[in-house]
Design a protein. Sequence first.
Length: 305
Amino acid sequence: MYSLIKRLFFNDAKIKIFSIIRMADDKVAERVFFVSQGNSVDVTATHSMICLDPFCIAVWLSCGHPALFDLNHANIEFRKGKQVNAQLKVSLIEKIIVAGCEMLLYKIEKVRNCQSNFLRRFVLFSYLLRNKTSSYWDRRVISALYSYPRKVIIVSYSDEEHHNIFPMDIQGFAEEAGLYVLGLRTTNHTLDRILTTKKVVVCDTDSVDVNVVYTLGKHASAAPPKIEDLPFKVTNSEVFKFPIPDFTGSYKEIEIIYNRKMGYHMLMIGKVLNSKVMKQNTASLYHIGFLESFINNYCSIDGQY
Ligand SMILES: Cc1cc2nc3c(=O)[nH]c(=O)nc-3n(C[C@H](O)[C@H](O)[C@H](O)COP(=O)(O)O)c2cc1C
């Protein structure tokens, strides 16, 4: 039955919550807009997912923009060209000021998926993607959030007793303000250490094998593998001396200056202390929602949509 429905609705494509693609940052064609009171502003480079339970998103608006909007209630719109892929209705949790940058923390209240047609979406979210760990609502919100490709980074942490290198995609970089945003599970054992020392390094996923990334993500943070047992070589970062994988094209050393528990994830905001570029023209791994990938024929790392 599953195979028949899959064939009928999705040409027998491999169904998954999102595809993994590799691309250069400047090749991302999707855009994200903050919409309220008839005005809209492009927040593609100035928004980030911050928590998946409950679903929360952060937006930082440039000077002058806040006055144009009702900041308490807004829509976040995901578009590709003129096509609206999805819309999220959000309500303000808190407005915070970090290093002079005004950040708006929003909870996602409603979702409208617009890709393909209702029947296809219904079959996908209610049947083909069904599993025990997510609800119909979860799958619809994830699809909306990932209709914008989410970059996968590698996080590195080290102190005298503990070293951990693991992937993250709940992250964003407010380049103008030099601030980095991370959403890390509160269960992660490395989290307390990052919050104590206020230090973390983020690396791009330039030439890494996707299986290496997923294997790093499977290690329990309570007992991460020894650095010498990892399937790649490392060098030390310039300032913190944290391990930097040899597949990385660039890294940033970050001092955490703000943190707030959003739910399952801890929001951390950090100031970039050192930004190092070793390779030019890099391409990173991205997670992209199944519908966005399927409709646009994105070439997934595993050869499927
Ligand atoms: C591609 C990928 C992206 C991930 N992104 C995140 C993330 O953004 N935030 C997070 O907390 N964990 C993320 N994880 C899981 C972490 O890498 C890590 O496994 C987890 O934090 C370990 O926590 P635990 O010891 O409580 O299981 C990701 C895993 C993978 C494979």
